[in-house]
Design a protein around this ligand. Sequence first.
Ligand SMILES: NC(=O)C1=CN([C@@H]2O[C@H](COP(=O)(O)OP(=O)(O)OC[C@H]3O[C@@H](n4cnc5c(N)ncnc54)[C@H](OP(=O)(O)O)[C@@H]3O)[C@@H](O)[C@H]2O)C=CC1
Ligand SMILES: O=C(O)[C@@H]1CCC=N1
Length: 264
Amino acid sequence: MRVGLIGATGWLGSALGAGLLARGILAPGELVLLNRSAPQTNYHGHANVTWARDAAELVAQSDVIVVSVRPEDWPGLDLRAGGRLVLSFMAGIGAATLACCGGRIVRAMPNAAAEIGASYSPFWAGPGVTAADRATVRRLLSAIGSTDELETEAQIDLMTALPGSGAAYPALMATAMAAFMRARGIPEAIAWRAAEAAVVGGARLLEDRITEAPALLAAYRAYRGTTAAGLDAAEAAGFPQAIETALAAATEKARTMTQTTAPT
Ligand SMILES: NC(=O)C1=CN([C@@H]2O[C@H](COP(=O)(O)OP(=O)(O)OC[C@H]3O[C@@H](n4cnc5c(N)ncnc54)[C@H](OP(=O)(O)O)[C@@H]3O)[C@@H](O)[C@H]2O)C=CC1
Ligand SMILES: O=C(O)[C@@H]1CCC=N1
């Protein structure tokens, strides 16, 4: 199977290309790549991948096409997929818009943890997508982590807001935590290490047992000590509402983008 990857040198596209090659899901000769700037002589340690000159050349050499360009670059691509399976990573470009390229459309929402093979990339399959297509999508997405199939396209907007945001909210929390430490005289490097302990160490503790998060909170509260005091203050200051507001705003942005780019 030859896979055409449009946006092969971007944040997600590069992670997918690297994962497909490193895990042996595709041989270098099965990858057809396209970017905007220029081909790379060494693509994740491989020289014998194929670089296309434009989207038409990529389509002609590919069985499946992955679109990983930014939403604003989609119209300029002028993709004509000729009935092929098209897997789009783009936020806010809906199936109605994508269908204009003439492919069988699957939308997936990976995140930046694709870089370390730890993306959760749920997907939604449009009309005409076959069982074999679904197996292909799962195989491709396994290169960057795990996946689930969603029931409705609208759920992609929700997934854009949450798993799609990747490390954004942890980074926001880490930045606020380090700032708190610095403001109270803690040296820069130690301030960041303290934030890392909470954000990264804490996340590792929750790995593979995220559903135990409420029980973990209850365990901290049971001490009636310092962490309980902090959690109470965070709740009183609106921490859960801030998360809700953030995710609602991101979902609404995805929905609005989808609506404004849809064909009339
Ligand atoms: N980054 C993220 O965390 C997430 C991103 N997404 C979605 O994934 C998509 C890709 O995002 P991301 O990887 O971050 O974006 P990047 O900006 O990092 O990468 C975009 C890629 O598209 C290429 N490109 C742009 N225009 C064209 C064109 N006309 N023809 C061929 N190649 C082109 C760029 O080429 P060049 O390198 O030469 O400039 C680059 O390789 C977006 O639509 C985004 O909404 C979804 C979930 C998470
Ligand atoms: O922020 C964005 O628009 C991209 C898409 C989803 C996550 N990152």
